[in-house]
Ligand binder design. Structure first.
Ligand code: SF4
Length: 400
């Protein structure tokens, strides 16, 4: 997809300020940009400029390959003890009866619903409540593994782990070891929000701090596990907070190499305590993807969550540094629709997702959680597309 100008055009641009020129040269040479340069990109880099740089990096790393995986989500509860102001779950603790709190058997019923389906991963994340503790989750992971050993269990964020380990009076190290023994395969990237306390204390006060979030991922990486990272952007944070967040992730990744994917999450303002805060524009969303791609030179993948931003912006993002689209998820996922996302019923069939990627000239690759290629769909022909649908009788428009 030729959405961006080639990098040579930028290098020839005599009007480019000296700092942007220096950044371009670094990107071409595969060198790392500084925090100050990252901030300059947020402040001065227009969309076509940062897009061209990000697309250059994306294509150098992945060509046209665009990854997706087939997973399903389980949210054990949508009631939460915490009161993050951007979250629609936090309202529910006052009206608990309006929410859901699944038992072990109910969760296993959801897992069994996918028996025989070609899904490779279950993604488990939800609210924080006392009954969902170390014992509960250990038993859940064990039951899932006993039922379907090859299903990859990607579960819980440091927000839940911090809470359940504290309650069980075990250290992070001991707790993560117990989770691994029970069957945890990897960790999703949620709960990161914005690490900087100036913002975190205002929007997510009470839950684990930025340092604690990073520390739990670090321990998980030391145990040989892989994980993802997110950033909730576009609310009350400033660009310097985003750079601080990206820098903390880049530093930890230098140490452990345990992160696979970075997922920017757009703040949505429906149904939460921050409805008065305007949402970011599409231009800003695309700039944020692009600058994340440029800044995180030690992350392999940048992912777009299509249910959050909508299918068309997800397609556009593939020209702004994104190489992964969150998979075919069905309507058991309610986090995004409750937060006012673009897609009220976030389900796409594999065929729809593949076509969405192909329509912008990229190559759809189905992967497993650890990016092992399962199938290249570039030239795949779906049965539905070849099935003979019968002759269509056309209206007669011109009688002789
Ligand atoms: S963001 Fe997470 S921790 Fe915060 S209220 Fe929502 S579910 Fe609870």
């Amino acid at each position: 997809m030729e959405a961006n100008m080639p990098i040579e055009v930028i290098l020839d641009d005599k009007t480019l300020d000296s700092q942007l020129r220096a950044i371009t040269e670094k990107v071409v040479q595969g060198l790392r940009i500084t925090e100050e340069e990252g901030l300059h990109l947020f402040e001065q880099g227009d969309l076509s400029y940062v897009g061209a740089l990000a697309n250059y990096i994306r294509e150098k790393r992945h060509g046209d390959h665009t990854y997706f995986n087939r997973n399903f989500h389980i949210e054990p509860t949508n009631v939460c003890l915490y009161t993050c102001s951007f979250c629609s779950y936090s309202r529910l603790i006052k009206k608990r009866e309006e929410g859901w709190e699944y038992s072990m058997d109910e969760i296993m019923d959801i897992v069994r619903k996918y028996d025989g389906e070609p899904v490779t991963e279950v993604h488990i994340v939800g609210g924080v409540l006392p009954q969902y503790d170390v014992e509960f989750y250990s038993e859940l992971f064990r039951q899932i593994k006993a039922h379907r050993p090859e299903l990859h269990v990607k579960a819980l964020t440091p927000v839940e782990y911090h809470y359940i380990f504290k309650k069980a009076k075990v250290s992070y190290e001991e707790g993560m070891r117990l989770m691994k023994e029970a069957g945890l395969d990897s960790m999703p990237g949620g709960g990161a929000e914005i690490f900087h306390p100036e913002i975190r204390d205002q929007i997510a006060g009470g839950k684990c701090s930025g340092e604690q979030w990073l520390r739990i991922h670090e321990i998980w990486h030391e145990l040989g596990g892989r994980s993802n990272a997110t950033m909730l952007y576009g609310h009350i944070e400033e660009y310097r907070h985003r750079i601080h967040h990206l820098e903390e992730l880049r530093k930890l990744q230098d140490k452990t190499s345990g992160f696979q994917t970075f997922i920017p999450l757009k703040f949505r303002n429906k149904g939460n305590q921050m409805s008065h805060v305007p949402e970011s524009t599409v231009i800003e969303d695309l700039r944020n993807y692009a600058i994340s791609r440029i800044y995180l030179d030690n992350f392999d993948h940048i992912k777009a969550y299509w249910p959050m931003i909508g299918r068309e912006i997800a397609q556009l993002s593939l020209a702004f540094g994104v190489d992964d689209i969150d998979g075919t998820i069905d309507d058991t996922t309610r986090i995004y629709s409750m937060a006012g996302s673009e897609e009220q019923s976030p389900a796409l069939s594999t065929r729809e997702l593949v076509n969405l990627i192909r329509r912008v000239g990229r190559k759809p690759i189905e992967r497993d959680t650890l990016y092992k290629v399962i199938q290249d769909y570039t030239d795949h022909v779906f049965e539905e597309d070849t099935a003979f649908k019968g002759y269509v009788s056309l209206p007669v428009t011109n009688k002789h």
